[in-house]
Ligand binder design. Structure first.
Ligand code: MG
Length: 379
């Protein structure tokens, strides 16, 4: 039975050492097996729909829901499996049906080497427009696979410091003052809380939370403030109440108003709805102080990593966000987190039927593990 690649990598150092003493015959034999395995092995993509059950009803400005449809993917290669996920909240336009249609067109069998990440992901991206979450589910599985083949977690491959991960924010949903107070008290583990604004109850919501805690807040207006003077007044008011930054305060189409607001705002402004992929980072420069990168919007880890570097080179702030997701997609994103200003990676904490164990939130902080790849195991 041919030695598989993982075993080769495990024993590689020992073989190289013994070869110095015993000559190169054994080294050659193992090297031959390694090349044969690599050229013979094929990547196989499989996928299955799964429904996330939310612990609480999730309310945003336009709708409420209790479930999120996802697609779980696997790429198997040479006895090793990489895991991926597409999370598809309905308002973003993808579904299990569109993802299944897209993923059934993906033919990874044409590539001999999973390490050709750029080429493979370019091909996946070229299959069709849109389908950002479905594309991310292939990207994440491929990154997990490659990390496992190397035997290292991605934060290490990228050269990041595990100790520099940020605290994650935790969202306090819009509700009656009694429920908001209760939820705020339950969230005492978190060092920063996120509040959804953009309704006519914005000030009451902040005052209710401030009546029970001084924990720093960040706010997400979801394009809710249409007038720039009103938006600036609100930001000044929030600035006096220990708010750290303001996400998507105005409609993404009001670019000039938004640039004026950022120029005058005492708090950083972050683009979310206004931003999806790499070209949007350049467009956001000079309009917002920073960007919110989400794997499901930007097609996965490869593009997220590029966006992070681009934003940094433009001296912009970076936030890392998520959808409701299992620990698979959350863990994938978390490997970038040592390099961001703020993380909003509470997605897996909101669901009752996670199928992975991976990056955890410990005492409010994003906490990476040292498993290879994206660091997840099935539970
Ligand atoms: Mg947002």
């Amino acid at each position: 039975m041919p030695q598989n690649r993982r075993d080769f990598l495990k024993t590689g150092g020992m073989i190289a050492g013994s070869a110095l003493i015993a000559g190169s015959a054994s080294q050659k034999l193992f090297a031959t097996n390694y090349v044969k395995n690599r050229s013979g092995a094929k990547m196989k993509l499989t996928f299955k729909p799964y429904t996330l059950e939310l612990k609480h009803v999730f309310t945003i400005a336009t709708s409420s829901r209790t479930t999120t449809p996802v697609m779980l993917t696997e790429i198997e290669y040479d006895g090793i499996t990489g895991y991926g996920e597409a999370s598809m909240p309905p308002y973003l336009g993808e579904s299990q049906e569109t993802a299944a249609k897209f993923l059934s067109k993906v033919n990874l069998g044409q590539f001999n080497d999973p390490f050709q990440l750029e080429e493979i992901i370019d091909y996946v991206d070229s299959i069709d427009e849109g389908n950002a979450a479905a594309k991310a589910s292939v990207d994440i599985a491929l990154y997990d696979l490659v990390g496992k083949l190397i035997g290292q977690p991605w934060y290490k491959i990228w050269g990041y410091d595990k100790d520099k991960t940020p605290n994650t924010s935790f969202t306090i949903g819009i509700d009656t003052p009694e429920v908001v107070k209760e939820k705020t008290q339950e969230a005492s583990e978190f060092k920063i809380l996120k509040v959804k604004l953009g309704r006519d109850t914005d000030k009451e919501m902040i005052e209710t939370i401030r009546s029970v805690t001084d924990t720093p807040l960040c706010v997400d207006v979801n394009q809710g403030w249409k007038d720039k003077e009103f938006a600036l007044d609100m930001i000044h008011w929030l600035n006096e109440r220990n708010v750290t930054f303001v996400e998507q305060p105005m409609p993404k189409t009001q670019i000039d108003d938004m640039a004026w607001l950022t120029e005058n705002s005492p708090l950083p402004t972050i683009a979310d709805e206004a931003l999806q992929r790499i070209p949007d980072v350049v467009k956001a420069h000079g309009v917002y102080s920073g960007i919110n990168i989400k794997l499901m919007k930007c097609t996965g880890m490869r593009e997220a990593h590029k966006m992070l570097n681009l934003a940094r080179s433009l001296d912009m702030k970076v936030m890392l966000g998520c959808m409701t997701e299992t620990s698979c997609a959350i863990s994938a994103a978390s490997h970038l987190s040592p390099m961001v200003d703020w993380a909003d990676l509470d997605g897996a904490l909101l669901i009752g039927n996670d199928v992975f164990d991976g990056t955890k939130v410990i005492d409010g902080k994003v906490t990476l593990n040292d498993r290879p790849g994206i660091g997840v195991v099935k539970v």
